[in-house]
Design a protein around this ligand. Structure first.
Ligand code: PXP
Length: 250
């Protein structure tokens, strides 16, 4: 696989809702951010409906799905409540993420290997409804192999540890983590999984992740919403895209 293909960029707009909820008002509006991201060339919108509704709410998800023309990636925990909302919302993709302590592996992703039978049954109706189901996991081969076995279409590799190490200037450890992400991406691709990546990505650390040849999509939120305060959301997205393309040799 070469670097000739551009990477898709999904914009996570959760923290627009965080800002709104901090005041208990109706501003800023997550749908408006999603439309601005679409206009700025985002390939998709990601939103996470948490069980505690701490940022995105049910009505936001419905409004975003109805309002955007690009794919919606619905992030949620693997609960019956979320499955029912996904089936009603009919998003392009569903990304299952850990929300409760017991769902987390030490590396921070969803523990697919430890919950294989349940997750296989859980994703079947979502797949039948036409959603591309993604597992947000660490680069642990056991988690990647389990994701393939249960029939997930996509794995999203968790880049949070890499991002933290990079931010703390722990260069050698960040390199080791990056190497593990490279190996994980290659393994996932060899098993027929589409590979995405995300969490904690910034202008400064996105390059090496964007350069992983098998990665087809990055999902980026918190940094871009923060940067929007300084440079505007559209320009922040454009700059992220420029850096992703440069890493890809485009
Ligand atoms: N991908 C997944 C699966 C996530 O849960 C998140 C955070 O909600 C992101 C990507 C985006 O992470 P960040 O907000 O740190 O860019």
């Amino acid at each position: 696989m070469t670097h000739s293909s551009p990477l898709r960029l999904g914009i996570n707009i959760d923290h627009v809702a965080t800002l709104r909820n901090a005041r208990g008002s109706v501003w800023p509006d997550p749908l408006r951010a999603a439309l601005l991201a679409q206009e700025a060339g985002a390939d998709g919108i990601t939103a996470h409906l948490r069980e505690d509704r701490r940022h995105i709410r049910d009505a936001d998800m419905a409004a975003i799905k109805a309002g955007i023309a690009i794919p919606l990636n619905f992030e949620c925990g693997a609960t019956d409540e979320m499955q029912a909302i996904c089936l009603a919302t009919r998003p392009h993709a569903v990304c299952l993420v850990p929300e409760r302590r017991e769902e987390r592996t030490t590396e921070g992703g969803l523990d697919v290997a430890g919950d294989e039978a349940r997750l296989k049954a859980f994703i079947a109706p979502l797949r039948d409804a036409g959603a591309r189901v993604s597992m947000f996991i660490s680069h642990d081969p056991r988690q990647i192999e389990a994701s393939a076995r249960i029939g997930a279409a996509v794995v999203e590799l968790h880049t949070g540890l890499y991002s933290d190490l990079h931010a703390e200037g722990r260069t050698d450890e960040a390199e080791t983590e990056l190497a593990a992400l490279y190996t994980g991406a290659a393994l996932a691709h060899s098993l027929g999984l589409e590979v995405h990546a995300g969490h904690g990505l910034t202008f400064d650390n996105v390059g090496p992740i964007a350069a992983i040849p098998q990665v087809q999509e990055l999902n980026i939120g918190h940094f871009l919403i923060g940067e929007a305060v300084f440079m505007g959301l559209g320009p922040a997205i454009a700059e992220m895209r420029r850096r992703m393309n440069a890493a890809r040799g485009l």
